[in-house]
Design a protein around this ligand. Structure first.
Ligand SMILES: Cc1ncc(COP(=O)(O)O)c(C=O)c1O
Length: 440
């Protein structure tokens, strides 16, 4: 594969953009400049085509450039939907209706531009509601780039060291430049460990616990049976706000969020990504008594939500179109995604078995991950101790060289869209077979 144009673009952009990328998470090897996407495929600046399983970090549930979503955005532009920045609009009300109709735990919602803004507001609302400062987050969870949650995703085990009495991990920031006191109010624990949750709740004034209901930023790390209900019960007992960060799971696994599949209702939920099929929209929603703090009559108790681009017509038009498609076609869409996911999982398991390579294919519906270890991980400690990270990356790079784009970092989720076909899955399996034949 030739990457001459990609190389040239990186060199040119690096002159002015630090690192040459606008999100540090995009700086990976091989360095590729992508210029077009349609359905399940993307093309780079050199004209190489890829079957895409990265999906822009997962938003493209309906595939790239979905015709109905594109048409809705174009229509919003042509009809002159504008961002007045004063008062309200019909389209933000429609998006709110669709969200509240889709997700049972949402009495109220607010729209943001990104998932990070939504999780930021979740912290602020929780603190205003409880009058407490501390938060609990999961090791291996990602909840955005702001201080307090930008920590402890794929932390090297040597940085975590031995765990404390309460089985807390040390706060390991993802960024320089955070205030030094952030760590004192953020408590990082391993997923699937209810005892650690209770220890934190007993020992700190905790406002909220924030978790992805499946850890999908380290592949697919599922909650064990009863874990999410256990979180619900502990939050109720200690008066802690339970926040499900469904930015990645929401709309991908079910219209009602992953919470609808497990039957556990959080107090607040955050959404993003698949909600607008690739356009920038986030949302926070939940119980009226908490959400209404955004409009509390007493100014001293009111929580600020602001943003010049909140409710921008183009992404909101995309979100309305996406949610209407999901609502209209959900009886076909989710079974199709499940069937494609199952075909991928079974095909991969058979191939790796035939080639004598030990892996575990973890999957929830259309989201999957090949772990180079002999069991499904229960948390980051388990994963980091057992997954062959170097082999994981070699596998991904070898697939890229054969026109199948998996993000070339270990444990990153693969995302199938409704635009993928059985033939695409089979072509992916053929490429995988070739990769395994060559050896990784
Ligand atoms: C679970 C989760 N929460 C929050 C975020 C942050 O969303 P955004 O990148 O739109 O700010 C992400 C992004 O990857 C995410 O996966």
């Amino acid at each position: 594969m030739e990457f001459a144009q990609s190389k040239a673009l990186f060199a040119r952009n690096r002159r002015l953009i630090p690192g040459g990328v606008v999100s540090l998470n995009r700086l990976v090897d091989p360095e590729i400049a992508f210029v077009r996407g349609c359905g399940p495929r993307v093309w780079d600046a050199d004209g190489n085509a890829y079957l895409d399983y990265h999906a822009g970090f997962a938003p493209y549930l309906l595939g790239h450039s979905h015709p109905e979503v594109q048409a809705a955005v174009v229509r919003s532009v042509e009809e002159g939907w504008t961002l007045m920045g004063s008062g309200t609009t019909p389209w933000e009300g429609r998006a709110a209706e669709l969200l509240c109709e889709s997700v049972a735990s949402l009495d109220r919602v607010q729209l943001t531009t990104t998932g990070s803004e939504a999780t930021y507001h979740a912290l602020r609302l929780s603190r205003a509601h409880t009058g407490r400062d501390h938060i609990v987050v999961m090791q291996g969870g990602y909840n955005g780039w702001h201080d307090e949650v930008a920590c402890n995703v794929m932390t090297p085990l040597e940085k975590l060291g031995p765990r404390s009495e309460g089985r807390e991990n040390p706060f390991v920031p993802l960024s320089a430049g955070m205030p030094s006191n952030v760590a004192s109010r953020v408590h990082v624990i391993e997923f699937n460990d209810l005892e650690a949750v209770e220890w934190c709740f007993r020992n700190y004034e905790v406002a909220c616990l924030v978790t992805e209901p499946i850890l999908q930023n380290i592949g697919i790390v599922k909650p064990r049976a009863g874990y999410l209900q256990g979180l619900r019960d502990l939050c109720d007992r200690y008066g802690v706000v339970l926040v499900f960060d469904e930015v990645k799971t929401g709309f991908r696994h079910a219209l009602g969020g992953y919470q609808s599949l497990v039957g556990v209702r959080p107090d607040l939920s955050t959404f993003g990504k698949a909600i607008a099929n690739g356009y920038p929209l986030g949302a926070i929603g939940g119980k009226a008594e908490i959400m209404d703090l955004f409009s509390h009559p007493d100014a001293d108790r009111r929580v600020l939500i602001a943003g010049t681009f909140n409710g921008h017509p183009a992404p909101v038009a995309a979100a309305i179109a996406t949610m209407e498609i999901l609502k209209r076609d959900q009886a076909a869409i989710y079974p199709k995604l499940e069937a494609l996911g199952a075909r991928m999982q079974q095909g991969l398991e058979a191939l790796f078995d035939r080639h004598g390579v030990t892996v575990t294919v973890a999957r929830q519906g259309s989201a999957f991950c090949v772990y180079f270890m002999d069991h499904a991980p229960k948390n980051w400690h388990d994963l980091a101790s057992n997954n062959d990270m170097a082999r994981d990356v070699r596998y991904r790079k070898a697939l890229i060289a054969r026109g199948v784009y998996h993000f070339p970092l270990p444990t990153k989720q693969g995302s199938i869209s409704t635009a993928h076909t059985e033939a695409d899955i089979d072509a992916t399996l053929e490429a995988t077979d070739a990769v395994l034949r060559d050896g990784i």
